[in-house]
Design a protein. Structure first.
Length: 95
């Protein structure tokens, strides 16, 4: 759930992160960002394809640090196994 929540907050159009970014910037900048929304889906698909076919590990790079910060924030002792599993998933299965 943590990984899904962090992924959903990426600032790419189909995800909620783009709405958060547009809410934080001035209205003229938000309007210009709104014009770029139509390309966000292509960017997201491109990231998935690049990660899947080229084994770039870009999703792990984008998601691992925020996930680790959230896990450490919640509890260092209770989630030490979870952090080890996440490290294993993002760095060893890519091979």
């Amino acid at each position: 759930n943590v990984a899904l929540a962090i992924f959903n907050l990426l600032p790419v159009f189909p995800l909620d992160g783009s709405s958060v970014i547009k809410g934080l910037v001035p209205s003229n900048v938000a309007a210009r960002l709104g014009d770029l929304d139509r390309f966000g889906a292509f960017l997201l698909i491109g990231i998935f394809l690049m990660d899947f076919f080229a084994h770039t590990g870009i999703l792990g790079f984008i998601l691992l640090k925020p996930i680790m910060y959230v896990v450490q924030f919640l509890s260092q002792d209770a989630f030490s196994e979870l952090s080890q599993v996440l490290m294993f998933i993002f760095f060893t299965i890519r091979g």
